[in-house]
Design a protein around this ligand. Structure first.
Ligand SMILES: *Cc1c(COP(=O)(O)O)cnc(C)c1O
Length: 467
């Protein structure tokens, strides 16, 4: 039994046709497709109907305008929203440099330019010297060989894909030996046992969580063994009474038995960052020099490039991987290759610590961040006319992206709060702004970490907070 007042409101709902007509007369300058207008008008009327059905009493609906003209205004608002891209720029003020949810590595200026250039036609699979068919992998292979010392290389969409196709090529239907201390799970559901199964290989676990010895691998090798796998524990650390087998020792054992060794490095560091206070991570060059037959790494972690999976190694294995049918499904597009080539070029001939944003952010000294924080806080206090409080504090930032989990980088943050708007509403408002601004919430403050805010974004931050 529907109450009388509710029935009256339901009867007062505007007809969809009337809303469309009202829209067309109010916004005659906008030429939207009729089917889209009808669809959006239906949505607006449906929302009004839901409000009527959900209301506890007539007084809750008293302020609503049920005219076709008012509905037309709502249609216009929805159409405007439809025109906003879903994927938008975010100012990362979280202090987490490789923030996976915010797109991991911001690209270098040269990489952005290369993407824009390749977005047109490009020589993706044409050898311009001969005019004949070329390989998309050729564009970065020589750079990767030079930078890492590897004999051969190819690129896929991400490191998960790299591990998958490598395991499938080298060990489908066979056994792969891995230490129990290295059965890694990376966020976003990459887990070594599952990837192994997806690749069609059988996992043979050896050793224990904290200690694995060379003899553990030795004993597990049998008729069915196809590969010895080492996985970098990028996002956790086992400390205390521990033992792992170094790549070189594993390679020596593999040579004696005629097996290949694969190492999944994950973060893929090309430069030693330990002089800048970061954890000592295995370098790609060390891993290749130690003799690993196949090495896999991410393009968008510590390397600072686009999302990609890089496969390096001995020519015979990389060539077999290139022949795998799966590679066709996992191949990178021209935009990825353009960004990766430009990023690698910086390592070869440029100044990576200056030009690659991830490396620049990770190595910025706290004293520089302090100066920038002082300047930003002063600009906010000045621009906000007393409506926003801003103060500088010392804090720590993180590497993120499942890399260097125990590295805490000293930083400076600007802590802000609004005198007018409750914190949770303000944080939402800033998240929905253009550009979006995302920081860390701590107690009753929003913390903006200068380590991840680009210097060129500081003015925008002030505008976001004070407008
Ligand atoms: C991050 C990581 C992966 C997954 O790499 P994506 O590029 O995110 O697919 C795989 N293995 C290790 C060890 C990692 O650190």
């Amino acid at each position: 039994m529907v109450e009388n007042w509710r029935n009256d409101y339901l009867r007062a709902l505007p007809a969809v046709d009337a809303v469309v007509a009202a829209f067309q007369s109010a916004y005659s300058a906008y030429d939207y497709a009729h089917t889209l207008l009808v669809q959006v008008a239906q949505e607006v009327v449906a929302q009004l109907r839901r409000q009527i059905l959900a209301a506890a009493g007539a007084e809750q609906l008293a302020d609503l305008d049920f005219s076709a003209a008012a509905a037309a205004v709502a249609v216009k608002a929805r159409l405007t929203l439809l025109q906003q891209p879903s994927l938008r720029r975010v100012i990362n003020a979280t202090g987490t440099v490789l923030h996976t949810n915010l797109g991991r590595a911001p690209l270098a200026a040269a990489a952005r330019a290369a993407v824009a250039e390749a977005a047109s036609y490009c020589n993706l699979e044409v050898d311009l010297a001969t005019g004949k068919r070329g390989s998309r992998h050729a564009h970065v292979e020589a750079l990767l060989q030079r930078l890492t010392g590897a004999e051969a290389a190819c690129v896929v969409n991400n490191n998960a894909a790299a591990v998958l196709v490598a395991l499938n090529t080298l060990a489908a239907g066979k056994e792969v030996i891995v230490s129990r201390g290295e059965l890694v799970e990376i966020g976003g559901s990459f887990r070594i046992p599952e990837v192994m199964a997806a690749g069609g290989a059988r996992l043979v676990e050896v050793g224990t969580t904290n200690k694995t010895h060379l003899r553990d691998y030795q004993r597990a090798i049998g008729e069915e063994t196809a590969l010895l796998l080492k996985v970098h524990t990028s996002n956790y650390q086992v400390v205390g009474f521990t033992a792992t087998v170094e790549t070189a020792a594993l390679v020596k054992l593999a040579r004696e038995t005629g097996l290949p060794v694969m190492e999944d490095l994950g973060s893929g560091l090309l430069l030693d960052l330990s002089p800048y206070g970061l954890a000592r991570e295995p370098l790609v060059t060390d891993c290749v020099a130690a003799g690993a037959d196949v090495v896999t790494l991410s393009g968008d972690k510590l390397l600072g490039g686009p999302q990609a999976g890089i496969i390096l190694g001995k020519r015979q294995y990389v060539e077999r991987i290139k022949q795998n049918q799966l590679l066709r499904a996992l191949r990178p597009d021209k935009l990825t290759l353009a960004a990766l080539e430009a990023t690698l070029q910086i390592y070869l001939t440029g100044s990576p610590l200056k030009e690659i944003p991830v490396l620049a952010k990770l190595t910025t000294p706290a004293a520089v961040l302090q100066q920038r924080a002082d300047r930003l806080a002063a600009a906010i206090n000045k621009g906000a006319d007393g409506l926003v409080m801003a103060e500088v504090r010392e804090d720590v930032s993180y590497v993120g992206g499942g890399a260097m989990p125990t590295t805490y980088l000293p930083t400076c943050v600007v802590a802000v709060r609004s005198r007018e708007i409750p914190l949770h509403r303000w944080v939402e408002q800033l998240r929905l702004g253009t550009p979006a601004l995302v920081g860390r919430v701590q107690d009753d403050w929003l913390l903006l970490d200068l380590r991840t805010i680009a210097e060129s974004e500081e003015e925008e931050v002030v505008r976001c907070l004070t407008s």
